[in-house]
Ligand binder design. Structure first.
Ligand code: COA
Length: 176
């Protein structure tokens, strides 16, 4: 997996030694549920997720350049809603102590550039739940277009059925 530099962050492969950094944010009640997953119960759970991320080869750790602390993750996955083209779906989470500094927008911008220039993708999508306006703002700030809302299209960890607010961006909508 390619290491990607942004102004303030290094997007790099996860390491098992990042477990405490991940658990610090993944245990919080305002992080996972906004992305559809249950807060981590203990550091062992974070270790299992890191092992999955390493095996998947499609999720980067977001490491701050100044402190070397891992403060979140960003993934680029095949978009199963768009199987006929070379599509990717971007997803992310950030430690709340770092919210409001456009750190994820910075990471998404570089991931989008990477996907269009090096993976030759046709379209990059992003989805969020209707209550998660923070995430919608990230997509808007990165030039994604609002497509519509796919009603009742997700079931999250506690069985709740939710709509997906859909965004996407095409190669010709980005200055590469
Ligand atoms: C979504 C998320 C990654 C955004 O990261 P971020 O780097 O803080 O994003 P930004 O700094 O660009 O802020 C985006 C919006 O969040 C809101 N926001 C900023 N700071 C905030 C704070 N401390 N508390 C609540 N909302 C805040 C603002 O509305 C902001 O929009 P603005 O730039 O127009 O003011 C982050 O909020 C997060 O990790 N949330 C929990 C997990 C999640 O929702 N993942 C995405 C699933 S689709």
């Amino acid at each position: 997996m390619k290491i990607i530099e942004t102004k303030r962050c290094t997007l790099r492969p996860w390491r098992l030694s990042d477990v405490e950094d991940m658990y610090e944010y993944a245990k919080l009640p305002n992080v996972g549920p906004a992305a559809g997953w249950k807060p981590h119960h203990d550091a062992q759970e974070s270790a299992r997720i890191i092992a999955m991320f390493i095996a998947s080869n499609e999720v980067w750790a977001i490491e701050m350049k100044d402190t070397k602390k891992v403060v979140g993750s960003i993934g680029l996955h095949l978009d199963d809603k768009r199987p006929k083209v070379n599509s990717r779906m971007v997803g992310f989470v950030l430690h709340p102590a770092f919210w409001g500094q456009s750190i994820i927008a910075e990471a998404v911008t570089e991931i989008v550039r990477y996907a269009f220039t090096e993976l030759d993708v046709d379209i990059i999508s992003g989805y969020h739940y209707p209550f998660n306006r923070q995430s919608g703002r990230v997509f808007e700030k990165c030039g994604f277009r609002y497509e519509g809302t796919l009603r009742m299209s997700s079931v999250i960890y506690d069985g709740t059925v939710l709509d997906n607010v859909c965004f996407s961006i095409l190669r010709n909508e980005v200055s590469l």
